[in-house]
Design a protein around this ligand. Sequence first.
Ligand SMILES: *[C@@H]1O[C@H](CO)[C@@H](O)[C@H](O)[C@H]1NC(C)=O
Ligand SMILES: *[C@@H]1O[C@H](CO)[C@@H](O)[C@H](O)[C@H]1NC(C)=O
Ligand SMILES: *[C@@H]1O[C@H](CO)[C@@H](O)[C@H](O)[C@H]1NC(C)=O
Ligand SMILES: *[C@@H]1O[C@H](CO)[C@@H](O)[C@H](O)[C@H]1NC(C)=O
Ligand SMILES: *[C@@H]1O[C@H](CO)[C@@H](O)[C@H](O)[C@H]1NC(C)=O
Length: 463
Amino acid sequence: MSAYQPGSWALSGSESWRCLWWWVLACGVAVGSGDPWMSAEACRSSCSCSSTRISCVDPEPGISSFPSLQSDAEMENITDIYIANQNGFSSINDKDLHHYKNLRNLTVTNSRLTYVSKLAFENNLKLQYLNLKDNNLSSLSWRIFKHLNISYLILSGNPLRCSCENMWIKLLLGEEADTQELRCTEDGGARKMLSSLTLPNCEVPMATVSPSKTSVKEGENLELSCTTSGVPAPELIWKMLLASNYEIETSGQISVLRLSNLSSLDHNSKISCIAGNIVGEKESSLQLDILFPPKITKLSDAIPDHHWCIPFSVAGNPAPLFQWYRNEEVVTEDDYIMTMIHDVTEREYHGCLQLDNPTHINNGRYRLVVTNEFGMDQKEVDAHFMKQPWDDVGPDYYEQPSDTPTVNPPEDRVAVYVVVGIAAVAFTGFLLMLVILKFGGNSKFGIKGCVLFQRIPVEVVSR
Ligand SMILES: *[C@@H]1O[C@H](CO)[C@@H](O)[C@H](O)[C@H]1NC(C)=O
Ligand SMILES: *[C@@H]1O[C@H](CO)[C@@H](O)[C@H](O)[C@H]1NC(C)=O
Ligand SMILES: *[C@@H]1O[C@H](CO)[C@@H](O)[C@H](O)[C@H]1NC(C)=O
Ligand SMILES: *[C@@H]1O[C@H](CO)[C@@H](O)[C@H](O)[C@H]1NC(C)=O
Ligand SMILES: *[C@@H]1O[C@H](CO)[C@@H](O)[C@H](O)[C@H]1NC(C)=O
């Protein structure tokens, strides 16, 4: 840009600068790194905002909800919000903190906080430090924090009730409850240490899945039951992602899950039963072990790598045995030819028949046979490791399979494209500069104002 002097555009004074500005904008050229239209004025008058922190401590004029900054990007950069002395601040609702994705520290203190919604921190997965000291909270649900990893929770100075709903706070904080001098208020108005809170019929439920271990053949049915205990009566939920069909029947404290026609796709899937009440939740789970015959899901052409590799993927449980044949003769595995498993996923084994320096003697039709006690599968592939001796042999010991046409290494072509591209850009720039210099000085096109610049391309075309 610096090559084009504003003077050569035959414009004068502030107008030319305005147009230069306009033109730069229209061209979409970024100026510097800062965006001059982004206002930092979204910060409310009781608050002060930096790029990572919002702090609202002035009681006047005060705020009743979290400030929201101009853009999502600005809010995403905030890690710390500090709110104090706000008489009108009484609730944290579902979406209030939605955009503050990177929030780590939240303090709301000496305000009137009375209600925190269950989804208040749904989007704040990094929240670690939560200080709600000296507010008007009488209860708080554990479900608000279920998905979080809170290291500090400060609740002192709130009129917490001595109710079952708050029992989880005692269980979570342990001795820390005494350090914070957390107290709760009984129905009659008496206050006591939260750590000494005991209530009948107020406990974390249990969950037990049975059987706890099982091996079932593909296509068969399986019945699992989950039993729970605990008061208040918990709710039972099964959590799983299955390809097999299932139905659930729950009555009282027992839930039965009936899986039918088990699919091998569900091998190693996890099934969980979760029992939850207002005090907390427990989970019990089992991993499905589904027995099924092997299946070769992939067998492809040999590829040269460090070694040559005939890649395969095979599913099967228990682990199948591998046997290779070349032109119907058993391949005896040794240091030079061997089956290597590189990766084991939930239900598949991925690997190679690895060949070290194969020659044309190794060429042929390879057949893979996989077996386990439930069945077998087989597949074939042609492998060609070297040109025949009467072909024109290159310097390499082994070459690409001969049916693949030889091409230049891609790097060479890329280099050519880059050089041609640079030349084209430079030439276009040169032409553009000529045009601007020529018409810029020509009074025929010297119409005042920005029109000059908008007309240039049109006039060039009409010539
Ligand atoms: C967010 O923070 C990053 C890195 O600190 C900074 O580059 C970026 O400009 C900030 N974005 C906003 C909108 O403040
Ligand atoms: C969060 O606040 C605590 C206490 O004020 C402070 O020690 C800590 O450094 C803060 N953490 C972050 C990530 O700002
Ligand atoms: C405190 O919370 C209670 C409900 O738990 C409400 O009735 C009361 O008005 C609140 N007090 C203030 C000062 O907000
Ligand atoms: C939770 O935080 C602790 C330390 O604060 C850390 O060691 C642990 O890995 C975290 N867990 C998750 C699930 O983020
Ligand atoms: C069981 O599932 C397989 C596919 O997974 C399907 O082909 C078969 O028809 C099913 N059998 C019954 C009895 O539903």
